[in-house]
Design a binder for this molecule. Structure first.
Ligand SMILES: *Cc1c(COP(=O)(O)O)cnc(C)c1O
Length: 354
């Protein structure tokens, strides 16, 4: 920290992203990307003309993308806003719906960025511990009088609430915004998008990073009532009206339009998840009932950090969080069947050596 850094942010603890090794030597199961390439329609959409058009600013309204997304999700274009990844959408939402005297409520074990953004924006955090089995008790979110964010499925546990359970939370907080972060919803949970026309306090965020193979393009959607989306646009137009670049707008639209590819790749991930869960259970691992593109697993045979390091030494990168309650666990992204076979082979060697 230089002596010029603002003292108001002296306590800021930035987020530590999963490793992104640039040599690409690893079997990379650490940041929940898709192991499959984007739909061929994406590459076809990035034409020479589109590259030449990069001299022009992108459409600040993201009109074409929003119209396609609205049709996909059964919404109106005014109920959709695009962000530079879900991270930006969630940040805009916290900026819009929380402040120094309007806290954010979230779980103790959840996506780490919520806490970081609260630090950056000086938003008090109301932490609600998960149950012993890492599940969320919806009743603990009733009548809080605070903005709420719930990752559904949750990360890194993979556990999901049902749509009915989230509806209960919405009904019990009619005067506050409930943000449902659906980064992993396409891998087996119930989306709350169908509730948007019923609850004007519901904001759903989805991302193209996990189930649509576009993590590197940086694109996410905010989905909610006209009023909430207008609020988010007020914040967006106060920071960066050209937040989505031209190529990403085209890529995202092509990815949304290729529904067959989307469905094929996510069902492959779901099938590989079931197979991997079986393989891990056979080796003595216990896991949560993950509805995501990762497994959250532990074994009594080896401590989490040690196992993470042993796997890394064998060229397999997974995620380990050195945090209370979860330091015994590894979060393992579901890759291709071949990648998962490499994982189980490495585990067999490590646990034999142990
Ligand atoms: C990956 C992830 C995000 C961020 O997604 P981007 O669109 O890549 O910014 C947000 N929330 C959760 C729970 C995630 O896992």
């Amino acid at each position: 920290m230089s002596r010029y850094f603002t003292p108001t942010l002296a306590e800021l603890e930035p987020y530590t992203p999963g490793e992104q090794p640039q040599d690409q030597q690893y079997v990379k199961l650490n940041t929940n990307e898709s192991p499959y390439p984007p739909s061929p329609a994406v590459a076809a959409a990035i034409t020479k003309t589109e590259c030449e058009n990069l001299r022009l600013y992108s459409d600040p309204a993201c009109k074409a993308l929003r119209e396609t997304a609205a049709e996909c999700f059964g919404l109106e274009p005014d109920e959709v806003m695009a962000g530079n990844g879900s991270d930006e959408n969630l940040f805009f939402a916290l900026r819009a719906f929380c402040d120094e005297s309007h806290p954010l409520a979230c779980a103790d074990v959840t996506y780490g960025c919520y806490e970081v953004w609260c630090g950056l924006l000086h938003i008090p955090l109301h932490i609600i511990p998960l149950e012993e089995d890492f599940s969320i008790d919806p009743a603990k979110y009733y009548g809080l009088g605070e903005t709420i964010v719930i990752a559904n499925p949750n990360a890194p546990t993979g556990l999901a609430l049902t749509r009915d359970q989230i509806e209960g939370i919405l009904q019990a907080n009619p005067d506050n915004v409930v943000i449902v972060d659906e980064a992993y919803v396409d891998f087996g949970a119930e989306s709350c998008v169908p509730l948007i026309h019923k609850y004007d306090n519901l904001l759903v965020t989805q991302t193209f990073s996990k189930s649509r193979q576009l993590a590197g393009a940086r694109l996410g959607l905010s989905l909610g009532s006209r009023g909430l989306i207008a609020d988010l646009n007020r914040v967006r137009f106060s920071l960066n009206p050209y937040n989505i670049n031209r190529l990403t707008l085209k890529a995202g639209q092509a990815a949304l339009e290729d529904e067959a590819y989307f469905n094929d790749t996510r069902s492959r991930i779901i099938a590989t998840r079931a197979q991997t869960a079986k393989e891990l259970a056979a080796r003595g691992f216990t896991m949560t009932d993950s509805r995501s593109n990762f497994l959250f697993a532990r074994t009594d045979r080896m401590e989490g950090g040690a196992l993470y390091r042993a796997l890394k030494a064998k060229g397999i990168l997974v995620r380990h969080f050195d945090r209370p309650r979860i330091s015994d666990y590894l979060r393992v992204t579901i890759g291709t069947p071949e990648q998962m076979a490499a994982l189980t082979a490495a585990l067999d060697e490590i646990l034999k050596e142990d």
